[in-house]
Ligand binder design. Structure first.
Ligand code: DX5
Ligand code: ZN
Length: 217
C-alpha cells in the first residue's frame, strides 16, 4: 500500500519545507495542468526540476495536459521516476509509454471518471501504473465519486498478476480510502486530506493503516 500525497494543496512558496512534512510518503504526486485539458493552470517542468534537487523521494508526475506526447518525456529526463499521461490526451499512448520506459521512468496511464478501462485492457503490458481519477481532474478538495468503484474492481481483475500499480486520485481521505482499497487500489493520492491536516506525516500513516486494514478482511 503506497501513499503518494499531492502537493497541489501545499504552500507553493515553501515547497522544499512542505515536502519535508511528508517524509513517510512513498512518492510525491505532482499535478501538472495546462488550462486546456483541465480548467486550471498549475506548475510545470521548472518546478519539477527544482524539486528534483531537494528530494530523493520518487516524483510521481500527473500530467493533465493536452499535448502529453510532446511534454511527458521531458519530465522523465528531469529525473521523475513515474510519469502519468491521460489516455484522453495522448495521441499515440503506446509510443509514449515506450518512450517513457526507454528514458528509465515508470510509464503510467490515467483515465477520467467517465472513461471506461475496457478499451485500454490491451495496453496494460505497456504501463507500470494505472491511475483512475475519482473526481473530475482539475482541482483539489472535491468530493470522491463512488461511481468509479466498479471500475477499480474491473481494472484490478484485468491487471491480474502483472506487477502494475493501481492508483486512485481525488477525494481520498480517511473516510473514503477503505472503499478504494477493498475495490483493489494499492496506491493512493491524497492532497487536501494530507496538507490540510495539522500533521501531514501522521495523516500519511493513518491513511496507510486504513488501507492495509481494509484489505485484510
Ligand atoms: C486533481 C488532482 C489531484 C488532487 C487531489 O485533478 O489530480 O491529485 O490534487 O486532491 P484531493 O485529494 O484534495 O482531492
Ligand atoms: Zn493528481
Amino acid at each position: 500500500m503506497r501513499i503518494t500525497p499531492s502537493i497541489l494543496n501545499a504552500d507553493f512558496a515553501n515547497l522544499e519545507a512542505e515536502v519535508g512534512r511528508i517524509s513517510g510518503a512513498d512518492a510525491i504526486h505532482v499535478d501538472v495542468m495546462d488550462n486546456h485539458f483541465v480548467p486550471n493552470l498549475t506548475i510545470g517542468l521548472p518546478v519539477v526540476e527544482s524539486l528534483r534537487k531537494v528530494t530523493d523521494k520518487m516524483l510521481d508526475i500527473h500530467l493533465m495536459i493536452e499535448d502529453a506526447d510532446r511534454w511527458a518525456p521531458a519530465f522523465a529526463e528531469a529525473g521523475a521516476e513515474s510519469v502519468t499521461f491521460h489516455v484522453e490526451a495522448a495521441a499515440a499512448p503506446i509510443r509514449l509509454a515506450r518512450e517513457l520506459r526507454k528514458l528509465g521512468a515508470r510509464a503510467s496511464m490515467a483515465l477520467k471518471p467517465a472513461t471506461p478501462i475496457d478499451g485500454f485492457a490491451d495496453m496494460l503490458d505497456e504501463v507500470d501504473m494505472v491511475l483512475l481519477m475519482t473526481v473530475e481532474p482539475g482541482f483539489g478538495g472535491q468530493s470522491f465519486l463512488d461511481l468509479v468503484l466498479p471500475k477499480i474492481r474491473r481494472t484490478r481483475k484485468l491487471i491480474g498478476d502483472r506487477p502494475i500499480w493501481l492508483q486512485v486520485d481525488g477525494g481520498v481521505s480517511p473516510s473514503t480510502i477503505e472503499r478504494c482499497a477493498e475495490a483493489g487500489a494499492d496506491t493512493f493520492v491524497a492532497g487536501s486530506a494530507v496538507f490540510n491536516a495539522p500533521e501531514p506525516d501522521a495523516m500519511v500513516s493513518e491513511l496507510r493503516e486504513l488501507a492495509v486494514a481494509a484489505c485484510q478482511h
